[in-house]
Design a protein around this ligand. Sequence first.
Ligand SMILES: C[C@@H](O)C(=O)SC[C@H](NC(=O)CC[C@H](N)C(=O)O)C(=O)NCC(=O)O
Ligand code: NI
Length: 127
Amino acid sequence: MKFLHTMIRVGNLEKSIKFYTENFGMKLIRQKDYPGGKFTLAFIGYGDEADNTVIELTHNWETDSYDIGNGFGHFALGVEDIYSVCDKLREDGVIITREPGPMKHGTTVIAFVKDPDGYSIELIERK
Ligand SMILES: C[C@@H](O)C(=O)SC[C@H](NC(=O)CC[C@H](N)C(=O)O)C(=O)NCC(=O)O
Ligand code: NI
């Protein structure tokens, strides 16, 4: 078996693609409209789907926001220097909800930021 993607529903597809590509270096891998269902799928990530687990952004044309609730946790991205990454994200207006530092009850150095729809992204420092 293989982990292919995680899907999130987004209110503004262009805004989400811009957020993940410009702030986290992801690429838009493929995008397709489904007029019959009035939705568009966009797959983003760090490489092709044959070798990479990606994020599937679903945009329902008639829905511009979602109640994420408290069940969804986060995506996790590994970064080399979490402090400089967070400084740059802050400069670029990204919402940082948890400043970088060792996690509670542990030692892993993490931070949390929010994407345009309010989904949490965990940054984990990986030297
Ligand atoms: C290891 C890394 O991938 C993590 O996600 S650990 C982050 C840590 N998680 C929890 O505490 C899970 C239990 C919590 N009650 C929950 O349901 O989220 C976390 O969120 N730590 C917060 C912090 O500020 O360190
Ligand atoms: Ni995590």
